[in-house]
Write a protein that binds this ligand. Structure first.
Ligand code: MN3
Length: 381
């Protein structure tokens, strides 16, 4: 039996993780849950999975939940609460599925407790990949990717020697605006961007898919997870989302991982690793699949991808600036306060203003994160 703690249990990845667990109650047991503020959903989860501890980030909401369910379960709140769920003694695996750089601190604390991390929070590696991987090594904590592309690569690497890799090929669906002209994209609203063609995901990552920033963040994530040089990470647009990513070896053999696009597959693999277990995800039917196609990403219509490569090339604190600016701008776009192309425009401006430096502590990173968020807010006002 593996004991699981989930950071962000009411979000898209969190609920799909619980769905996987529900199917394998003989293998997995929930010990910790946490949510930002959705206590109605959290309350249902508590009755169904009976955890030891629950964290509600919002303190007011934590109090309301506490009044509702009494003293049966320990309820904590704030960042301290999130850390408590992340470092729970009885937990074997911590699923980090909170959205944004808020995931960094609890992930680092879980690493210090040598937990196995099922990492679904890509922003953690984007803002502090070097530090996180260094700490994971130091504390002997295993990091297993949940992001579908990185899970694919992780699976393609099993039994192989990393020195034999020629390159990693990340596939991208192309997002909601893949077939739109620049003019159409310019005036598109958040609701249009939220109609993702192949994947069922949360709002933030769906907007990031539409801008291709998601793929940019994933390039950065891949660099740190697999210790790969930037020039060995390629992106190809593959609209059907059947091939979830590939690894090319030095004999130019390419190994890919395929399947129906369903996040429960990479989530389950992260929980069952190194084992494989049954699923009720839909089987891939080659007879009705039709054609698989591949295109190069269009950085003219989707400049965010180039900005991410640029930030990674500069390195140091620049990827934090990219990420912090993006998080704020996506939120504004979701509220229809800015246009689609304001996202890359202001990220680029922030990157030009910022003087990147080498960081050693998480506090330095958080300082940069705070700065860029304030800077963007001032620009939009
Ligand atoms: Mn992905």
């Amino acid at each position: 039996m593996k004991n699981i703690s989930i950071l962000g249990s009411t979000g898209s990845i969190g609920t799909q993780t619980l769905d996987v667990i529900k199917n394998h109650k003989e293998k997995f047991n929930v010990v910790g849950l946490s949510a930002l503020k959705n206590i109605d959903e959290l309350e249902k989860q508590i009755y169904e999975f009976n955890p030891e501890i629950v964290s509600v980030f919002n303190k007011e909401k934590a109090k309301i939940l506490s009044n509702r369910i009494g003293k049966k379960i320990k309820i904590v709140s704030g960042i301290e609460g999130l850390i408590e769920v992340a470092t729970l003694n009885s937990a074997d695996i911590i699923v980090t599925s909170v959205v944004g750089s808020i995931g960094l601190i609890p992930t680092l604390e879980a690493i210090k407790c040598s937990k196995t991390i099922a990492l679904a929070n890509k922003e953690t590696l984007v803002v502090a990949g070097e530090l996180v991987m260094k700490e994971a090594k130091k504390y002997n904590a295993t990091i297993i990717p949940v992001d579908s592309e990185h899970s694919a690569i992780f699976q393609c690497l099993q039994g192989e020697d990393v020195d034999n890799i020629s390159r990693i090929i990340l596939t991208a669906s192309g997002g909601s605006f893949r077939n739109c002209t620049k003019e159409e994209i310019k005036t598109a609203k958040a609701e249009d961007a939220l109609k993702h063609p192949t994947w069922n995901m949360g709002k933030k990552v769906t907007i990031d898919s539409a801008t291709l920033m998601n793929k940019g963040l994933e390039v950065i994530e891949a660099k740190w997870l697999f210790d790969m040089d930037l020039d060995k990470i390629d992106v190809v647009v593959h609209p059907q989302s059947i091939i979830h990513s590939m690894v090319e070896y030095k004999d130019y053999s390419i190994i890919s991982q395929m399947g129906t696009p369903d996040m429960r597959t990479p989530i389950q693999y992260a929980l069952s690793y190194p084992d494989r277990i049954n699923t009720n995800v839909k089987k891939l039917d080659f007879n009705s699949l039709g054609e698989l196609s591949f295109l190069s990403p269009d950085t003219e219509r989707f400049p965010c991808l180039s900005l991410a490569y640029e930030a990674l090339k500069v390195g140091k604190t620049m990827t934090s600036v990219l990420n912090g600016a993006n998080e704020v701008l996506v939120e504004y776009f979701l509220q229809n306060k800015i246009e689609f192309y304001d996202i890359p425009k202001f990220i680029e401006k922030a990157m030009m203003v910022h003087n990147p430096f080498s960081y050693e502590t998480v506090d330095e990173i958080l300082e940069v994160d705070k700065w860029v968020r304030g800077w963007i807010q001032n620009q939009i006002k």
